[in-house]
Design a protein around this ligand. Structure first.
Ligand code: BGC
Length: 752
C-alpha cells in the first residue's frame, strides 16, 4: 500500500509540471497521460468513462439502478471518473477526497453541471442573450457564469447548447441561439471562450461542452426526444457548423451526444457522428459524454438488446463517458476481456478524459475549485449583477411602437400593471437555472416601482395552478377568471396599462414542448377584455420561445419582447419602458403568425412554385398567410435607421467586399445590428433564398451616419453538398443588407 502511495506522489509531482504546460509542450502532457494509463487496471480505465449523478439535483428520469452507497464504493475503487450535480465548494471537496485519498491511484474526478445562463447570478436565458447579437457581452456572461460555478467547486459545464432549431414548439429553443447557423456559430464560439477563458488551468475557468451532437433541435413536431430525419446537406450546412467552430475556433474540450437518432442510428451509438466526423474529419481531441441515460435509451429505440449491448455499441461508436446508464461500469471490462470490444477503445476514451483533467490542472491541485472563502466572495458579486443587468437590457427586443408610445414619461400618472407574471420573481429566472435560487429575480413590478409611485397592480388571472418547482408538469389555469373584474376596473381608470403576459419560467426547457404557442391559459382572453375598456396597452412579453401573438400585433400600439431575463429582469425592463435604455435586440428566431406555420424560418429554399402571392398553385395556406409575424433579425429601437449606398466589389474569385451607409435619422442615440445576407442564385444543390453571413452591431449618435463594411471569403460564399464536400461555385450571387432579414437593400455580383 505504502509503495503505491509513494508511486502516486511521484506521479503527481510529474503531473504538476504537465498540467501547467503551455500549448507547445502538449507532447509532454500526452506522455504523462500515457504514463498514468500504463499504471491503470482495465477497471480503472473504464472507471474514467463512468459518470454518476450526485445526490443534490436530478436533471433526468430517476436512475433505475445504483444507490448512494454503491456510488461511494465505486469512487473509492477508482471506478468513477466524473460526477454531475454535486456543487458547493465543501460538497465537492468531500466527494473529491473520496477519489483522491481513497482510490488506488488517487485520480481526481471532474465535476460537471448544467451552467446554462449564469450560475447563481442568472443572466437572461440563452435565446434572449442571443437577441442581443452582442458577442462580447455574451462571452462575458459565460465568463461570469464560469467564475461563479468554479467558485462552487465545478470545473465542467454542459454548455453551450449549439443545436439549431426552427421549431418554436420545442421547449429547448430557450437554451440555444435560435434558428440561424451563422449567428448560432458565432454565439457558440463566444460562449465556449467565455467558459474556458484564456487559461483552462486557472481556478476560475471551466471546460465547456458543445451539445447535443447532433440534430437534437430537429425533433419532429418539436416534440422533445422525438425522431429526427435530416438529410446530409442539412446536417453539414445547418447542424454541424456551430459544433465544428467550437473546436476550431474555441478549442472546446468536450462534446455531448444526443437522445435522437440520426439516419436511423441513435447519436450515442452513432460512429458516423463521433468517429468519422467529430474525431476523424474534425480531429477533436477532447472527449464525448452521452446525454442522461441516452445509452440505455438505445434499448427503447430498438438499437441495443440490453444494457450490455449498450456498453458495447456506445463505446465502439466513440461515446467516451457514460452519464447515468451504468452500462460501462457494469459491462465494458467484461466485453474487453471476452474480446467484444478492443482494449484500445477503452484506452482511447480514458486517455481523452485524463487529458482534459490534466489541462484543467486537476492533478496539480484537485481542490483548486474548493475554496469556501472564494465562493463566498464571488457568488452574487456586484460586478456579476451589473453585467447581468447590462445583458438583460441588451436582450430586449422592441416588437412594436406605434406613434412612439414608448418610452413612457417618468411623469406619467395612473399606470396600471396587470398580469401575474408582472409580480412573479421566479419565472424571469427561466428554466435551466440549476443553481439559481427560487424567487430571486427582480420582478417587473419591482423594477417599475423604482421609477414611479404612480402604479397600481392587479393580477388579472393566474397563469398556473398548483406547484411550480422543476421537474413538475405545469397545470395551466383554464377556468378561474375571478381576477378579471379587478383588472378591468383598474384598467378603466388608468391612463396607460402595462400588461405583462407570456409563459411561466417552466413552460420552456427540456421536456417542455407545446402544441400551441399562443399566450397560455386565460391570458389572451384577459388581454382582450382589458382592451375593451382601455386601448392604451403596452404588452410586455415574458417567454422562452417565439409566441404567436397575432391579435396583439394587430390591436396594440406597443409590444416589448422581454423573454426571461434572469436575476435583473425587472430593472432591465423598467429602464427600457421609461427610456433610460434604448432597445437594440433583434429576433434570433422567426415569430410565426400561427403555430400551424411551424417550422418557419427565414433561410428556406425556394420551391419550384414560389409564388407570386395570390396564385392558387403555390405553397401557401388557404387560411393563413405564409409570411411570419416578425421576421428573423427584426427588432425596433427608439432611434430610426436608414440604409443606403450598398456597394459590392469582387476582389477575386473567392473574395468580395461589401459596404453600406447606415444613418441614425432620429434625435435619439441608438444601436443597430447591421445584417448581411447572401444568396447563391444557381448552384449544384439548391441554396436558401437568404443566409446570414455577417453582422455588425454599431452605435450611432442622433443624426450620425457611418459606413459599415464586410468581407466575404470562401468560407461565407461556399456550401457543403450532400457528400460533405465544401464547394465554392462561380456564378451569380445576391448580397442583402438591412436591419432585419425581411427589410434589406439588395445588390448582385458575379464570381468567376
Ligand atoms: C439534458 C442535457 C443535460 C443533462 C444533465 C439531460 O437531460 O438533455 O442537456 O446536460 O440532462 O443534466
Amino acid at each position: 500500500m505504502k509503495t503505491i502511495q509513494l508511486l502516486s506522489l511521484v506521479l503527481i509531482a510529474g503531473w504538476m509540471f504537465a498540467c501547467n504546460a503551455p500549448k507547445g509542450e502538449l507532447d509532454e502532457l500526452d506522455k504523462k497521460v500515457e504514463e498514468l494509463l500504463g499504471q491503470m487496471t482495465l477497471e480503472e480505465k473504464v472507471g474514467q468513462m463512468n459518470q454518476y449523478n450526485g445526490f443534490y439535483d436530478v436533471t433526468g428520469p430517476a436512475p433505475s439502478a445504483g444507490d448512494a452507497k454503491n456510488k461511494y464504493d465505486h469512487i473509492k475503487k477508482g471506478w468513477v471518473g466524473s460526477m454531475l450535480n454535486v456543487r458547493g465548494a465543501k460538497n465537492v471537496r468531500e466527494m473529491q477526497s473520496l477519489a483522491v485519498d481513497s482510490s488506488r491511484l488517487g485520480i481526481p474526478m471532474i465535476f460537471g453541471f448544467d451552467v446554462i445562463h449564469g450560475h447563481k447570478t442568472l443572466s437572461p436565458i440563452p435565446l434572449a442573450e442571443s437577441a442581443s447579437w452582442d458577442l462580447e457581452a455574451i462571452e462575458k456572461s459565460a465568463r461570469i457564469a464560469a467564475i461563479e460555478a468554479s467558485a462552487e467547486g465545478l470545473n465542467w459545464t454542459f454548455a453551450p447548447m449549439v443545436d439549431i432549431s426552427r421549431d418554436a414548439r420545442w421547449g429547448r429553443v430557450m437554451e440555444g441561439a435560435g434558428e440561424d447557423t451563422y449567428l448560432g456559430t458565432r454565439i457558440g464560439v463566444a460562449r465556449v471562450k467565455g467558459f474556458q477563458g484564456d487559461d483552462l488551468s486557472a481556478n476560475n475557468t471551466i471546460a465547456a461542452c458543445a451539445k447535443h451532437f447532433a440534430a437534437y433541435g430537429f425533433a419532429e413536431g418539436g416534440r422533445d426526444y422525438n425522431t429526427v430525419d435530416v438529410g446530409t446537406a442539412t446536417l453539414y450546412n445547418v447542424v454541424f457548423p456551430p459544433f465544428k467552430a467550437a473546436i476550431e475556433e474555441a478549442d472546446v474540450k468536450t462534446f455531448m451526444n444526443s437522445f435522437n437518432i440520426v439516419n436511423g442510428i441513435p447519436a450515442t451509438g452513432n460512429s458516423f457522428l463521433m468517429r468519422d466526423i467529430l474525431k476523424g474529419e474534425w480531429g477533436f481531441e477532447g472527449y464525448v459524454i452521452s446525454d442522461w441515460s441516452s445509452g440505455e435509451e438505445m434499448i427503447d429505440h430498438g438499437f441495443a438488446r440490453d444494457t450490455a449491448h449498450v456498453a458495447q455499441l456506445a463505446a465502439i461508436a466513440g461515446s467516451d463517458m457514460d452519464m447515468e446508464s451504468y452500462a460501462y461500469v457494469k459491462y465494458l471490462a467484461k466485453h474487453v476481456r471476452e474480446g467484444r470490444v478492443a482494449e484500445s477503445v477503452v484506452d482511447e476514451a480514458a486517455r481523452r478524459i485524463l487529458k482534459v483533467k490534466f489541462e484543467l490542472g486537476l492533478f496539480d491541485d484537485p481542490y483548486k475549485y474548493c475554496d469556501e472563502a472564494r465562493e463566498k466572495e464571488l457568488i452574487y458579486h456586484q460586478d456579476h449583477m451589473d453585467a447581468a443587468l447590462d445583458m438583460a437590457k441588451k436582450s430586449i427586443v422592441l416588437l412594436k411602437n406605434e406613434n412612439n408610445t414608448l418610452p413612457l414619461s417618468k411623469e406619467q400618472k395612473k399606470i396600471a400593471v396587470i398580469g401575474t407574471l408582472a409580480k412573479d420573481k421566479d419565472s424571469p429566472l427561466g428554466n435551466w437555472r440549476m443553481a439559481g435560487e427560487d424567487n430571486t429575480a427582480v420582478s417587473v413590478l419591482e423594477g417599475l416601482e423604482k421609477y414611479t409611485s404612480n402604479i397600481k397592480y392587479a393580477e388579472g388571472v393566474k397563469l398556473v395552478t398548483g406547484p411550480t418547482a422543476f421537474p413538475i408538469e405545469l397545470e395551466v389555469n383554464e377556468t378561474d377568471r375571478s381576477g378579471f373584474k379587478e383588472a378591468i376596473r383598474l384598467a378603466k381608470k388608468s391612463e396607460v396599462v402595462i400588461m405583462v403576459l407570456g409563459e411561466h419560467g417552466l413552460h420552456s426547457g427540456e421536456a417542455r414542448s407545446r402544441a400551441n404557442i399562443d399566450l397560455p391559459g386565460l391570458q389572451q382572453e384577459l388581454l382582450e377584455e382589458v382592451y375593451k375598456v382601455n386601448q392604451n396597452i403596452i404588452l410586455v412579453l415574458t417567454n422562452g420561445r417565439p409566441l404567436a401573438i397575432t391579435w396583439a400585433d394587430e390591436h396594440l400600439r406597443a409590444i416589448v419582447e422581454a423573454w426571461q431575463l434572469g436575476t435583473q429582469a425587472g430593472n432591465a425592463i423598467a429602464e427600457v419602458l421609461f427610456g433610460d435604455y434604448n432597445p437594440s435586440g433583434k429576433l434570433p428566431m422567426t415569430f410565426p403568425r400561427h403555430v400551424g406555420q411551424v417550422p418557419m424560418y427565414y433561410n428556406y429554399f425556394n420551391t419550384g412554385r414560389p409564388g407570386p402571392d395570390g396564385e392558387l398553385f403555390y405553397p401557401h395556406y388557404m387560411d393563413e398567410s405564409h409570411l411570419p409575424l416578425y421576421a428573423f433579425g427584426y427588432g425596433l429601437s427608439y432611434s430610426s435607421f436608414e440604409y443606403s449606398d450598398l456597394k459590392v466589389q469582387v476582389v477575386d474569385k473567392e473574395n468580395v467586399s461589401v459596404e453600406v451607409m447606415v444613418k441614425n435619422t432620429s434625435s435619439v442615440d441608438g444601436e443597430e445590428v447591421v445584417q448581411l445576407y447572401i444568396r447563391d442564385r444557381v448552384a449544384s444543390i439548391v441554396r436558401p433564398v437568404k443566409e446570414l453571413k455577417g453582422f455588425d452591431k454599431i452605435n450611432l449618435k442622433a443624426g450620425e451616419a457611418q459606413s459599415v463594411s464586410f468581407k466575404l471569403s470562401k468560407k461565407e460564399l461556399g456550401f457543403y453538398n450532400g457528400n460533405g464536400e465544401f464547394l465554392l461555385e462561380p456564378g451569380d450571387f445576391d448580397v442583402m443588407i438591412g436591419g432585419s432579414s425581411d427589410k434589406v437593400l439588395t445588390a448582385s455580383f458575379v464570381l468567376n
